[in-house]
Design a protein around this ligand. Structure first.
Ligand SMILES: Cc1cc2nc3c(=O)[nH]c(=O)nc-3n(C[C@H](O)[C@H](O)[C@H](O)COP(=O)(O)OP(=O)(O)OC[C@H]3O[C@@H](n4cnc5c(N)ncnc54)[C@H](O)[C@@H]3O)c2cc1C
Length: 384
């Protein structure tokens, strides 16, 4: 079964919800770089952001493919799930490595949307992709950690009540290995902002609510540590496969949005006395659909391995790589098919074009996936 056939009821319900948020809604938000609060609230109220939370903690307890269906349909509709996709999966770190008390306290509130856990603080300006070189440091002081340092590209920090934060608790040079000595803290943003944490928005080419963070003696209770001190890098890595596969589904949704729009326009638009779709180029011919369709099969495959509890690191990475390249290719074809009108805001193509480009850089760049595949699939020497 292909992903486009899976979870038809979920897809149908999400499509109907998205119809209430047409292009004009997203265009206004994009122009103002404003957060789509109404859309996120509607998704939360209808339970679409808690599908991965187990039923015991108030969620729907569904598998990853259901979450993929939700995100794909959001993106296929022309909307942008990046405003809230992290509410679906960031809780995974807490679910897998938090104490039972932490899970009982936070997860039911995250499931209802009363608490938003959709900020994930890893990247730092100097360390970049090399997470082992992060320098934000959490020093133990009695029953608190005192956090100092900075982060960059931390999305939705202004729209989140909680943040998963990766810090060093042992300097890299003193750790048993570069990936040791990092710790995950659950930061309560409602208390932290203005009390040791400042949040500055970073304006980007797309509406993404991303920020830079500065920590100046921020106090975080030791009770808010997730799992063991020093094991944080492993906990963060644990969540990466799910994230890659979910983001890949967003790319598939984008790819299908572009194909739907390009095909419709090619039928309607007449030039030289006939629809442009009657010409050989530049309209989307059947082979042009191929990258998105084949990438969607890769995403299905990775999701089914994940749901079966099988190793899927390489598959998740390859799914994200192929899906992000396929959506970008479809975006280019769609823009070309629309001629000059592709550049007009009112058609939503240029907005989606900007939005889908991100996925070749974040949450992990294409280069780093190629390195992973070279090492883990082809058995080539490590390049870093
Ligand atoms: C809009 C946006 C939202 C984001 N949201 C978040 C978030 O919420 N939380 C968070 O923690 N981070 C977030 N990120 C950060 C994102 O994950 C990083 O930007 C990304 O991982 C790349 O890191 P960098 O920007 O420091 O690039 P760099 O590490 O400086 O890399 C620059 C380029 O060099 C390449 N490169 C680097 N090293 C190698 C190598 N060894 N081999 C081959 N090529 C290499 C990279 O692939 C990249 O193309 C976000 C980024 C953006 C742009």
């Amino acid at each position: 079964m292909t992903q486009s056939q899976s979870h038809p009821e979920i897809r149908d319900a999400v499509r109907r919800l998205c119809e209430k948020f047409p292009g004009e809604y997203w265009r206004e938000k994009d122009r103002a770089r404003a957060y789509p609060s109404e859309f996120v609230a509607a998704l939360s109220e209808n339970g679409w952001l808690s599908v991965l939370i187990p039923e015991d903690y108030g969620g729907a307890g569904l598998g990853l493919s259901a979450a993929c269906a939700v995100l794909e349909e959001i993106h296929r509709s022309g909307a942008n799930g990046a405003a809230c996709h992290a509410q679906m999966y960031t809780m995974g770190t807490l679910l897998r490595h938090g104490s039972e008390d932490q899970k009982q306290f936070y997860l039911p509130k995250i499931a209802t949307g009363e608490l938003r856990l959709q900020a994930f603080g890893v990247t730092e300006p100097t360390a970049g992709t090399d997470t082992t070189r992060i320098e934000t440091f959490a020093r133990r002081d009695g029953e608190h950690y005192i956090v100092n340092g900075s982060k960059i590209w931390i999305s939705r920090a202004e729209h989140s009540d909680l943040m998963i934060l990766l810090c060093r608790t042992t300097p890299r040079a003193e750790a048993s290995k570069p990936s040791a000595g990092m710790t995950v803290l659950l930061v309560d943003m409602r208390e932290a902002v203005g009390n040791g944490l400042s949040v500055n928005p970073v304006r980007t080419m797309l509406n993404h609510a991303t920020t830079e963070l500065f920590f100046d003696d921020l106090k975080v209770p030791v009770a808010n540590r997730i799992g063991e001190e020093g094991e944080g890098f492993r906990y963060i890595l644990d969540g990466m496969n799910a994230e890659r596969i979910l983001i890949a589904s967003e790319c598939i949704g984008d790819g299908r949005f572009f194909i739907d729009r390009a095909a419709a326009y090619a039928k309607d638009r007449s030039v030289f006395g006939r629809p442009i779709g009657a010409n050989r180029r530049p309209v989307p011919h059947r082979p042009r659909l191929h990258p998105v369709t084949s990438a969607s099969l890769m995403v299905d495959h990775a999701a089914s391995l994940f749901e079966a509890g099988k190793p899927c690191g390489s598959e998740a990475n390859m799914a994200k790589l192929t899906a992000s390249e396929a959506s970008w290719f479809a975006a280019d074809v769609c823009l070309q098919t629309h001629g000059g009108f592709g550049f007009a805001e009112d058609f939503d193509i240029e907005r989606k074009f900007r939005e889908t480009r991100l996925y070749q850089t974040a949450p992990i760049s294409t280069n780093l996936i190629l390195s992973h595949v070279a090492t883990h699939v082809l058995g080539l020497p490590k390049s870093f």
